[in-house]
Structures are given as C-alpha cells and as structure tokens.
Design a protein. Structure first.
Length: 173
C-alpha cells in the first residue's frame, strides 16, 4: 500500500459512560457516535480498517486529510457529549489479508494512547508533512511502549488551518 497516514480514535471514559447510561442508551449513543465518525471518514477520503468497541482505525492517503478528519471527528463527537482522543502518524503500510499492517500502525496506536481527552496528537512525521498549513503545540518527546527511541509529538490546535479566515461573527464574539 505504501505510505499512508493512520488515525486512531478512542472514546474517553467509555466504560464509565456505559455504566452510567445503561446498556440500551449506551448502544444508542455508540451507534450515533459510529455514524458521525464514519461520515467524517468518508468526507475526508479515509478507509476504515477496523473498529473495536468504541474506537476506530482509519487510513488516509495524505496526512492533511487525516488531520482535517481528526479535527472534524472531535467536533461531531463533542456534539454527542462525548470526548475522544485521537492519534495520527504517517509511515509505510503493508497489506496482509486485507488489513493494513506495519510498525507505522503500531506507532499511530501508541500516539493515540498518549493523547489527552479532546486532543488530536500527531507525530513529527505528520507535522512535517503538512507543513505550515496547520498550527500545533509541541508536546515534547515521549517513549512509545514497545517502539524504540523517543518520539516528538504535537497537539493540533483546534481550528488550526492557517489559511482559514475567521468570519465576522466569530471576530465580534
């Protein structure tokens, strides 16, 4: 498959929310969550590789699409009164049995695990690939469980595209 950008999502405090809501209400909320996330995956040209309970693994052909999808997913999920953490990494992917595999996928998953609630956390590879189009906050270097070395990570600043001008209404508030 070559170079892709992997995006991983995870609902924050999903077990606690499920207990609070009960099985039927949680199943309904999870169904709405999945529909909202899938709409953004399609909107930005991603391919859903897997879902496990309350999280998604998606690949995008370009890092900019993954970053835009990540921000859009945060927004639609917040409208459901949920919070997610998202991790994105760009690297090589191999396809085996219809699934995307490789070290880059493991790195993306580990980055997602370090993201704070309501945060899109990206690797330096993603930040470098998208250039100055987006704004990021440096989150320092981190060890990723099972991955050699340290990794510099960056948090996407919300509404981070540099080429989007604020509307008059937004400026007045």
């Amino acid at each position: 498959m070559g170079e892709i950008s992997s995006l991983f999502t995870d609902i924050v405090s999903s077990t606690e929310t499920a207990v609070l809501l009960g099985d039927d209400a949680w199943a309904d909320l999870l169904e709405r969550h999945h529909a909202a996330v899938r709409a953004q995956i399609a909107r930005f040209g991603g391919d859903e590789m897997d879902t496990s309970g309350d999280g998604f693994f998606v690949v995008f052909p370009e890092p900019s699409r993954a970053v835009e999808a990540g921000e859009a997913i945060l927004n639609v999920v917040e409208a459901l009164d949920l919070s997610v953490r998202i991790g994105i990494h760009t690297g090589d992917c191999r396809v085996a049995d219809g699934k995307c595999t490789g070290l880059a996928i493991h790195i993306g998953a580990r980055i997602a695990a370090l993201a704070s609630p309501g945060e899109v956390l990206v690797s330096d590879a993603v930040k470098t690939s998208v250039g100055a189009t987006y704004r990021f906050a440096d989150r320092g270097t981190h060890e990723l469980r099972g991955i050699p070395g340290t990794w510099r990570l960056f948090a996407l600043r919300r509404q981070a595209r540099m080429d989007i001008q604020p509307t008059l209404q937004a400026v007045q508030t």
